[in-house]
Design a binder for this molecule. Structure first.
Ligand SMILES: Cc1cc2nc3c(=O)[nH]c(=O)nc-3n(C[C@H](O)[C@H](O)[C@H](O)COP(=O)(O)OP(=O)(O)OC[C@H]3O[C@@H](n4cnc5c(N)ncnc54)[C@H](O)[C@@H]3O)c2cc1C
Length: 391
């Protein structure tokens, strides 16, 4: 089949790699001038890495990934451990695939290395898509139109493909602002190789090492803040703004925030309600284009990777394109809607002010961590292998 993918993010590239290795003729339209991602970290849980291993990227992943040893919740003001569970050594035995933290540009680079046969068009902003008989026209400018057997919109939260199908609708501001910053290893070398979430009133701070030899500690500091609504990964802000916002937090947090490299970037977080129907006919959506979520479960990219895997397998089965896209959507809709909803709920749970509810939350986390397999068991439904097509 001649297949167009709109968007060369993590979702679009995973799909491009899979479909081209199945022998399809794949074209990717990307509005940016080249392949790239913002210089921040991302966690790839076993439900995502399993698919990447299937694309033959195991050696590459091992090279670019850091495997955190534990997942730890700490208190915001004194770093006291609320609950912890083993991660690195149990990920493969419990869920059958590794759990890695990576530098975003590295994972894009790795995925693109699996896209050898794919045709890339850069500086190619898709304006709209429309079915024309049994093909789909991808419109770049008025005079620049390309025809395909099917089109997948993997063009992010403000997807033009989604707007073509369902009309343009504004995304929903979550009321939470994220600051992202990288701390060079030498300023964090005394810290354990943990994935750490510090929970505090009106905010939380996530930290984990990324890259080869744990080159950086990736910091994402999140704060309830309705006064800033600009959604841009590249909006620099003085480090002092971030330091001021978290000035009452623990000495470790303050030390790390004092050591951030270069600029700090600020990003207002948006999501959308689950979409009742994703595609129409020979056009479908994938990743943030159909289920954008706030990052409080670290699942947006992993769900996009899962989408790519299921869509690829649906297209490999007997049947028409329209049936395959329908099966894909039915297999994915409920699961992604659940993850979207749970992610947003975490904003409330993570940002509780100190008091009765916060103590109940912490006691619950601690109890779960100490019982049986601990916190890890809470993630079995998310990380374990599943057969979406028969789900
Ligand atoms: C602070 C933060 C932390 C996060 N941490 C994690 C994490 O740890 N783990 C995780 O799994 N997820 C995480 N996420 C979520 C994750 O980043 C996204 O869900 C994921 O990147 C979505 O991938 P995508 O390919 O669907 O879309 P995108 O990455 O948005 O890619 C869309 C691509 O389409 C292109 N494009 C857009 N419009 C057009 C057009 N009209 N024509 C052509 N090209 C177009 C864009 O330039 C872009 O390259 C986090 C998000 C945030 C904000």
């Amino acid at each position: 089949m001649e297949i167009a993918i709109v968007g060369a993010g993590i979702g679009g590239l995973t799909l491009a790699a899979g479909l081209s290795s199945d022998g399809h003729d794949v074209t990717v339209f990307e509005r940016a001038g080249d392949l790239g991602e913002v210089g921040a970290g991302i966690q790839l849980s076993p439900n995502g890495t399993r698919v990447l291993l299937g694309l033959g990227l195991d050696a590459g992943l091992r090279t670019i990934g850091t495997a955190a040893q534990r997942s730890v919740f700490r208190r915001w003001n004194d770093d006291r451990e609320i609950a912890a569970s083993k991660l690195g050594e149990i990920a493969e035995s419990r869920w059958g695939a590794p759990f890695y933290s990576v530098y975003r540009p590295d994972i894009i680079q790795l995925l693109s290395s699996a896209c050898g046969q794919v045709d890339f068009f850069f500086d190619a902003q898709v304006v709209s898509v429309a079915e024309v008989g049994d093909q789909v026209a991808v419109q770049l400018t008025e005079s620049d139109e390309h025809l395909f057997d099917l089109v997948v919109g993997a063009d992010g939260i403000h997807s033009a493909v989604r707007s073509s199908l369902w009309g343009a609708q504004p995304a929903r501001f979550s009321g939470v602002v994220a600051y992202r910053a990288l701390v060079p290893f030498e300023f964090a070398s005394d810290l354990p190789v943990d994935f750490t979430v510090r929970l505090g009133p009106g905010g939380h701070v996530v930290s984990y090492f990324i890259g080869k030899d744990q080159r950086y500690l990736n910091l994402v500091a999140l704060a309830d803040d309705r006064s800033w609504e600009l959604e841009s990964w590249t909006e620099p802000v003085a480090a002092s703004v971030l330091q001021e916002q978290f000035s009452a937090w623990s000495p470790t947090v303050r030390r790390l925030l004092g050591a951030v490299e270069d600029s700090v970037f600020r990003w207002a977080l948006y999501d959308r309600e689950p979409l009742p129907t994703w595609g129409k006919g020979r056009v479908t959506l994938l990743g943030d284009a159909c289920h954008p979520m706030v990052p409080f479960m670290a699942q947006g990219a992993c769900q996009a990777i899962e989408d790519a895997d299921v869509l690829r397998r649906c297209l490999a089965r007997q049947g028409t394109i329209v049936d395959a896209l329908q099966r894909y959507e039915e297999a994915r809709r409920d699961r992604t809607a659940l993850v979207q909803t749970m992610s947003m709920a975490n904003a409330t749970t993570f940002h509780l002010p100190d008091g009765d509810l916060q103590r109940e939350r912490d006691e619950f986390l601690n109890l779960v961590a100490k019982t049986g397999p601990g916190l890890a068991a809470n993630f079995d439904w998310l990380y374990n292998p599943r057969d979406d097509l028969n789900a």
